[in-house]
Design a protein around this ligand. Sequence first.
Ligand SMILES: Nc1nc2c(c(=O)[nH]1)N[C@H]1C(S)=C(S)[C@@H](COP(=O)(O)O)O[C@H]1N2
Ligand SMILES: [Mo]
Length: 217
Amino acid sequence: MICHMKKPDPAVAARVPPGQALTEKWPVLTYGRTPRFDPNRWTFRCFGLVERPTSWTWEEFLRLPRVTVRSDIHCVTRWSKLDNDWEGVSARYIVEEVKPRPEAKFVLQHADPDYTTNTALADLLDDDVVLAVRHNGKDLEPDHGGPMRLVLPKLYFWKSSKWLRAFEFLEVNPPGFWEQNGYHMNADPWTEERYSGQETRAMQQMRAEAARRLRDR
Ligand SMILES: Nc1nc2c(c(=O)[nH]1)N[C@H]1C(S)=C(S)[C@@H](COP(=O)(O)O)O[C@H]1N2
Ligand SMILES: [Mo]
């Protein structure tokens, strides 16, 4: 529910993509239920086309270097929430640790419970992409992806997996959960890449081909 509609201040308006309304609340959008976190069994894993496949336990993950970044959330259901402070591990740090092979061009995010979403590897390398454990100075709440979620602010928020558990490095770009259910492969909010029906023919062929290759492997 959008409860606090702001007056149009031009500096703020310039940060709000077309078709979005501002909210100060933080809605919870989860398909399914909030998973239970077990610190003794949790791992974050990088696999696929990497030189150094790696798995971190929760204890190890907590010792990784942290960054803090401020960014805006844009959800495809048309709410935006500005000025979120995220603390966590830079996605680029993780990518550099595991050394993607030259063929790796895409990353499939795997998350609990059974959530996936696809991204270009290049999109994970921006400074503001974080594997976040804290939001606005507090540990991330379970409903918002605690203990750890991705934050990839330049794309619609469904591209930011809550309860992130793995990055799979691929040379193909297979559609994730929402991408298989009517949503766009890229998800750029500034050009309103909302639905799969807006994809170019080339992109629709690529998604079909990648889905087939993943299924047959
Ligand atoms: N694991 C998982 N991650 C997810 C989702 C989900 O259902 N499961 N929903 C996505 C969608 S559609 C959005 S808009 C954001 C919502 O994050 P929030 O609930 O913290 O606002 O998480 C994304 N990440
Ligand atoms: Mo969403």
